[in-house]
Design a protein around this ligand. Structure first.
Ligand SMILES: Cc1cc2nc3c(=O)[nH]c(=O)nc-3n(C[C@H](O)[C@H](O)[C@H](O)COP(=O)(O)OP(=O)(O)OC[C@H]3O[C@@H](n4cnc5c(N)ncnc54)[C@H](O)[C@@H]3O)c2cc1C
Length: 275
Protein backbone atom coordinates (compact mmCIF):
# COMPACT_ATOMS: atom_id res chain seq x y z
CA UNK A 1 0.00 0.00 0.00
CA UNK A 2 1.74 3.23 -1.09
CA UNK A 3 2.40 5.86 1.59
CA UNK A 4 1.55 3.44 4.43
CA UNK A 5 3.96 3.66 7.37
CA UNK A 6 3.90 1.50 10.44
CA UNK A 7 4.16 3.56 13.65
CA UNK A 8 7.03 2.35 15.86
CA UNK A 9 4.80 2.95 18.91
CA UNK A 10 2.22 0.41 17.77
CA UNK A 11 2.96 -3.03 19.19
CA UNK A 12 3.53 -5.76 16.62
CA UNK A 13 3.08 -9.38 17.58
CA UNK A 14 5.71 -11.63 16.06
CA UNK A 15 6.80 -15.23 16.41
CA UNK A 16 10.27 -16.27 17.43
CA UNK A 17 11.90 -18.02 14.48
CA UNK A 18 14.90 -19.51 16.30
CA UNK A 19 16.75 -19.47 19.61
CA UNK A 20 20.52 -19.75 20.10
CA UNK A 21 21.96 -20.62 23.51
CA UNK A 22 25.07 -18.41 23.72
CA UNK A 23 26.14 -19.52 27.21
CA UNK A 24 24.28 -20.83 30.29
CA UNK A 25 22.86 -17.36 31.08
CA UNK A 26 22.49 -15.78 27.62
CA UNK A 27 20.22 -16.62 24.69
CA UNK A 28 19.65 -14.93 21.34
CA UNK A 29 16.06 -14.85 20.06
CA UNK A 30 15.57 -14.31 16.32
CA UNK A 31 12.29 -13.06 14.83
CA UNK A 32 10.90 -11.31 11.76
CA UNK A 33 9.88 -7.66 12.02
CA UNK A 34 10.23 -5.15 9.21
CA UNK A 35 10.82 -2.10 11.44
CA UNK A 36 13.40 -3.87 13.60
CA UNK A 37 15.24 -5.00 10.47
CA UNK A 38 15.60 -1.31 9.53
CA UNK A 39 16.82 -0.21 12.97
CA UNK A 40 20.18 1.34 13.77
CA UNK A 41 22.92 -0.33 15.86
CA UNK A 42 22.45 0.78 19.48
CA UNK A 43 18.68 1.28 19.21
CA UNK A 44 16.44 -0.82 21.45
CA UNK A 45 13.04 -2.51 21.35
CA UNK A 46 10.40 -2.70 24.06
CA UNK A 47 9.70 -6.43 24.17
CA UNK A 48 6.41 -7.59 25.66
CA UNK A 49 6.25 -11.07 27.12
CA UNK A 50 2.52 -11.88 27.35
CA UNK A 51 1.35 -12.02 30.95
CA UNK A 52 4.77 -11.11 32.37
CA UNK A 53 6.27 -7.69 31.59
CA UNK A 54 7.63 -5.42 28.90
CA UNK A 55 11.39 -4.79 28.95
CA UNK A 56 13.97 -2.89 26.86
CA UNK A 57 16.37 -5.00 24.75
CA UNK A 58 18.98 -3.81 22.27
CA UNK A 59 18.99 -5.05 18.69
CA UNK A 60 21.77 -7.65 18.49
CA UNK A 61 21.36 -8.25 14.76
CA UNK A 62 19.67 -6.21 12.07
CA UNK A 63 18.71 -8.14 8.92
CA UNK A 64 19.24 -9.91 6.60
CA UNK A 65 15.79 -9.36 5.09
CA UNK A 66 13.17 -8.73 7.76
CA UNK A 67 15.01 -10.65 10.46
CA UNK A 68 16.39 -9.19 13.68
CA UNK A 69 17.39 -10.48 17.10
CA UNK A 70 17.74 -9.66 20.78
CA UNK A 71 20.36 -11.23 23.06
CA UNK A 72 19.07 -11.73 26.59
CA UNK A 73 20.94 -12.26 29.84
CA UNK A 74 18.77 -14.00 32.43
CA UNK A 75 18.54 -11.78 35.51
CA UNK A 76 14.89 -11.83 36.67
CA UNK A 77 11.29 -12.65 35.82
CA UNK A 78 11.00 -11.15 32.32
CA UNK A 79 14.37 -12.34 31.10
CA UNK A 80 13.72 -15.84 32.52
CA UNK A 81 10.40 -15.89 30.63
CA UNK A 82 12.26 -14.92 27.44
CA UNK A 83 14.73 -17.74 28.12
CA UNK A 84 11.89 -20.25 28.34
CA UNK A 85 10.61 -19.31 24.87
CA UNK A 86 10.98 -21.51 21.82
CA UNK A 87 10.63 -21.10 18.06
CA UNK A 88 6.96 -20.40 17.30
CA UNK A 89 6.24 -18.59 20.60
CA UNK A 90 4.89 -15.06 20.41
CA UNK A 91 6.32 -11.78 21.71
CA UNK A 92 5.16 -8.18 21.25
CA UNK A 93 7.52 -5.53 19.97
CA UNK A 94 7.52 -1.72 19.97
CA UNK A 95 10.33 0.40 18.53
CA UNK A 96 13.15 0.51 17.50
CA UNK A 97 13.56 3.42 19.88
CA UNK A 98 16.23 5.92 20.81
CA UNK A 99 19.44 7.27 19.39
CA UNK A 100 21.89 4.61 18.28
CA UNK A 101 25.62 4.66 17.56
CA UNK A 102 26.86 6.98 14.81
CA UNK A 103 29.34 4.99 12.70
CA UNK A 104 32.36 6.85 11.36
CA UNK A 105 35.06 6.02 8.83
CA UNK A 106 38.34 5.93 10.71
CA UNK A 107 40.36 4.08 13.36
CA UNK A 108 38.05 3.03 16.15
CA UNK A 109 37.98 0.89 19.28
CA UNK A 110 34.96 -1.12 20.44
CA UNK A 111 34.87 -1.82 24.18
CA UNK A 112 32.34 -4.37 25.45
CA UNK A 113 31.58 -5.69 28.91
CA UNK A 114 29.64 -8.98 29.07
CA UNK A 115 26.36 -8.99 27.17
CA UNK A 116 27.13 -5.36 26.25
CA UNK A 117 28.85 -6.90 23.24
CA UNK A 118 25.40 -7.61 21.69
CA UNK A 119 24.58 -4.08 20.41
CA UNK A 120 28.21 -3.56 19.37
CA UNK A 121 28.03 -6.48 16.94
CA UNK A 122 25.66 -4.81 14.41
CA UNK A 123 27.77 -1.66 14.86
CA UNK A 124 30.88 -3.65 13.93
CA UNK A 125 29.19 -4.83 10.72
CA UNK A 126 28.22 -1.21 9.90
CA UNK A 127 31.75 0.05 10.64
CA UNK A 128 33.23 -2.53 8.27
CA UNK A 129 30.84 -1.22 5.55
CA UNK A 130 32.26 2.26 6.26
CA UNK A 131 35.78 0.90 5.74
CA UNK A 132 36.82 1.62 9.35
CA UNK A 133 39.77 -0.04 11.03
CA UNK A 134 38.28 -1.63 14.13
CA UNK A 135 40.02 -2.90 17.27
CA UNK A 136 37.77 -4.77 19.73
CA UNK A 137 38.33 -5.21 23.47
CA UNK A 138 35.79 -7.59 24.97
CA UNK A 139 35.65 -8.42 28.66
CA UNK A 140 33.94 -11.15 30.66
CA UNK A 141 34.08 -12.29 34.26
CA UNK A 142 35.13 -15.78 33.22
CA UNK A 143 35.51 -18.09 30.21
CA UNK A 144 31.99 -19.52 30.61
CA UNK A 145 30.46 -16.02 30.30
CA UNK A 146 31.89 -15.45 26.82
CA UNK A 147 29.38 -14.52 24.10
CA UNK A 148 29.58 -13.48 20.43
CA UNK A 149 33.31 -14.09 20.19
CA UNK A 150 32.83 -16.52 17.27
CA UNK A 151 30.79 -13.93 15.36
CA UNK A 152 33.36 -11.20 15.97
CA UNK A 153 36.26 -13.37 14.87
CA UNK A 154 34.36 -13.99 11.60
CA UNK A 155 34.51 -10.23 10.91
CA UNK A 156 37.79 -9.15 12.52
CA UNK A 157 41.25 -10.74 12.35
CA UNK A 158 42.25 -12.23 15.73
CA UNK A 159 45.11 -9.70 15.94
CA UNK A 160 42.48 -6.94 16.20
CA UNK A 161 40.62 -8.53 19.13
CA UNK A 162 41.63 -8.70 22.80
CA UNK A 163 39.53 -10.72 25.22
CA UNK A 164 39.87 -10.11 28.94
CA UNK A 165 38.57 -12.27 31.79
CA UNK A 166 38.63 -11.15 35.40
CA UNK A 167 39.72 -14.61 36.60
CA UNK A 168 42.26 -15.11 33.79
CA UNK A 169 40.50 -18.25 32.48
CA UNK A 170 40.72 -16.93 28.88
CA UNK A 171 42.75 -14.20 27.15
CA UNK A 172 44.25 -11.42 29.24
CA UNK A 173 43.59 -11.46 32.98
CA UNK A 174 41.99 -8.18 34.02
CA UNK A 175 39.35 -5.77 32.76
CA UNK A 176 38.76 -4.04 29.43
CA UNK A 177 39.84 -0.64 30.69
CA UNK A 178 43.35 -1.97 31.49
CA UNK A 179 43.74 -2.77 27.77
CA UNK A 180 42.02 0.43 26.59
CA UNK A 181 44.41 2.53 28.66
CA UNK A 182 47.41 0.93 26.89
CA UNK A 183 45.82 1.32 23.42
CA UNK A 184 45.04 5.00 23.97
CA UNK A 185 48.52 5.61 25.36
CA UNK A 186 50.19 3.95 22.34
CA UNK A 187 48.05 5.00 19.38
CA UNK A 188 45.70 7.67 18.09
CA UNK A 189 42.06 6.67 17.55
CA UNK A 190 39.16 8.61 16.02
CA UNK A 191 36.40 7.13 18.19
CA UNK A 192 35.77 4.74 21.07
CA UNK A 193 32.39 2.96 21.22
CA UNK A 194 31.38 1.13 24.40
CA UNK A 195 28.55 -0.81 26.01
CA UNK A 196 28.57 -2.62 29.36
CA UNK A 197 28.06 -2.05 33.08
CA UNK A 198 27.92 1.62 34.06
CA UNK A 199 31.02 1.48 36.28
CA UNK A 200 33.01 0.24 33.28
CA UNK A 201 31.47 2.91 31.03
CA UNK A 202 32.44 5.65 33.48
CA UNK A 203 36.05 4.43 33.39
CA UNK A 204 35.98 4.36 29.57
CA UNK A 205 34.60 7.91 29.64
CA UNK A 206 37.30 9.13 32.05
CA UNK A 207 40.07 7.55 29.92
CA UNK A 208 38.79 8.99 26.64
CA UNK A 209 38.47 12.39 28.27
CA UNK A 210 42.06 12.17 29.52
CA UNK A 211 43.39 11.10 26.10
CA UNK A 212 41.02 13.48 24.23
CA UNK A 213 39.43 10.80 22.07
CA UNK A 214 35.74 11.13 21.06
CA UNK A 215 33.50 8.51 22.64
CA UNK A 216 29.98 7.08 22.24
CA UNK A 217 28.56 5.10 25.17
CA UNK A 218 25.34 3.09 25.43
CA UNK A 219 23.73 3.58 28.85
CA UNK A 220 20.93 1.81 30.75
CA UNK A 221 18.28 3.09 33.11
CA UNK A 222 14.91 1.72 34.21
CA UNK A 223 12.79 2.19 31.07
CA UNK A 224 9.03 2.03 31.24
CA UNK A 225 7.36 3.76 28.27
CA UNK A 226 10.37 3.83 25.92
CA UNK A 227 9.09 6.94 24.15
CA UNK A 228 10.18 9.82 26.38
CA UNK A 229 6.90 10.39 28.22
CA UNK A 230 7.13 8.87 31.71
CA UNK A 231 10.54 10.15 32.89
CA UNK A 232 11.50 6.93 34.70
CA UNK A 233 14.81 6.70 32.78
CA UNK A 234 16.16 10.19 33.53
CA UNK A 235 19.89 10.83 33.74
CA UNK A 236 20.14 14.47 34.77
CA UNK A 237 18.55 16.47 31.97
CA UNK A 238 18.44 13.48 29.61
CA UNK A 239 15.89 10.72 29.10
CA UNK A 240 17.81 7.57 28.25
CA UNK A 241 15.03 6.24 26.01
CA UNK A 242 14.71 9.35 23.85
CA UNK A 243 18.01 11.25 24.03
CA UNK A 244 20.01 7.98 24.27
CA UNK A 245 20.63 5.18 25.00
CA UNK A 246 23.82 6.15 23.12
CA UNK A 247 25.45 9.39 24.31
CA UNK A 248 28.55 11.24 23.23
CA UNK A 249 31.27 12.32 25.65
CA UNK A 250 30.23 15.98 25.17
CA UNK A 251 26.67 15.17 26.23
CA UNK A 252 27.88 13.30 29.31
CA UNK A 253 29.99 16.27 30.44
CA UNK A 254 26.70 17.82 31.65
CA UNK A 255 25.79 14.83 33.85
CA UNK A 256 29.21 13.89 35.21
CA UNK A 257 27.96 13.97 38.82
CA UNK A 258 25.27 11.40 38.14
CA UNK A 259 26.75 9.23 35.35
CA UNK A 260 28.46 6.19 36.90
CA UNK A 261 27.40 7.29 40.39
CA UNK A 262 23.59 7.30 40.74
CA UNK A 263 20.55 5.78 39.03
CA UNK A 264 16.78 5.79 39.55
CA UNK A 265 15.16 2.51 40.56
CA UNK A 266 11.72 1.22 39.56
CA UNK A 267 10.09 3.47 42.22
CA UNK A 268 12.05 6.56 41.12
CA UNK A 269 14.41 6.45 44.14
CA UNK A 270 17.96 7.72 43.56
CA UNK A 271 20.39 4.89 44.35
CA UNK A 272 24.21 4.78 44.28
CA UNK A 273 25.74 2.65 41.50
CA UNK A 274 28.17 0.03 42.80
CA UNK A 275 31.59 0.19 41.15
C1 LIG B 1 18.35 0.58 26.52
C2 LIG B 1 18.49 -0.77 27.19
C3 LIG B 1 18.93 -1.84 26.46
C4 LIG B 1 19.08 -3.10 27.07
N1 LIG B 1 19.53 -4.13 26.30
C5 LIG B 1 19.68 -5.34 26.86
C6 LIG B 1 20.16 -6.44 26.09
O1 LIG B 1 20.45 -6.32 24.89
N2 LIG B 1 20.28 -7.64 26.71
C7 LIG B 1 19.98 -7.82 28.04
O2 LIG B 1 20.10 -8.94 28.53
N3 LIG B 1 19.55 -6.79 28.80
C8 LIG B 1 19.37 -5.57 28.25
N4 LIG B 1 18.92 -4.52 29.01
C9 LIG B 1 18.60 -4.77 30.44
C10 LIG B 1 17.23 -5.46 30.54
O3 LIG B 1 16.23 -4.58 30.10
C11 LIG B 1 16.96 -5.88 32.00
O4 LIG B 1 17.92 -6.86 32.36
C12 LIG B 1 15.58 -6.51 32.12
O5 LIG B 1 14.61 -5.51 31.98
C13 LIG B 1 15.43 -7.22 33.48
O6 LIG B 1 14.10 -7.65 33.63
P1 LIG B 1 13.74 -8.90 34.58
O7 LIG B 1 12.26 -8.89 34.83
O8 LIG B 1 14.31 -10.14 34.02
O9 LIG B 1 14.54 -8.59 35.88
P2 LIG B 1 14.12 -7.81 37.21
O10 LIG B 1 14.30 -8.75 38.34
O11 LIG B 1 12.82 -7.10 37.04
O12 LIG B 1 15.24 -6.72 37.27
C14 LIG B 1 16.64 -7.02 37.34
C15 LIG B 1 17.38 -5.74 37.05
O13 LIG B 1 17.19 -5.39 35.66
C16 LIG B 1 16.95 -3.99 35.52
N5 LIG B 1 15.62 -3.76 34.93
C17 LIG B 1 14.46 -4.35 35.25
N6 LIG B 1 13.46 -3.87 34.50
C18 LIG B 1 14.00 -2.94 33.71
C19 LIG B 1 13.49 -2.05 32.73
N7 LIG B 1 12.20 -2.01 32.41
N8 LIG B 1 14.36 -1.19 32.12
C20 LIG B 1 15.66 -1.22 32.41
N9 LIG B 1 16.21 -2.02 33.32
C21 LIG B 1 15.39 -2.87 33.97
C22 LIG B 1 17.03 -3.39 36.90
O14 LIG B 1 18.33 -2.85 37.08
C23 LIG B 1 16.84 -4.54 37.85
O15 LIG B 1 17.55 -4.35 39.03
C24 LIG B 1 18.77 -3.26 28.44
C25 LIG B 1 18.33 -2.16 29.19
C26 LIG B 1 18.20 -0.92 28.58
C27 LIG B 1 17.74 0.24 29.39
Amino acid sequence: MSGFRIDVNVMRITRITSVVQENPEVKTLYFEDELSSKGEPGQFLMVWIPGVDEVPMSLSSIGPGNSASITVRRVGEATSALHSMKAGDRIGIRGPYGVGFKPIAGRVVLVAGGVGVAPLYPLLIRLKDYGSEVYAIIGFKSREDMVFLDRIIEVLPQSMVTVTTEDGSYGVRGVVTDVLRVKLEEERYDMVYACGPEGMLREVYDLTKMYRVPVQLSLERYIRCGMGVCGSCCLGEYRICRDGPVFSGEQLLKVEDEFGNFKLDRAGRRLPIKR
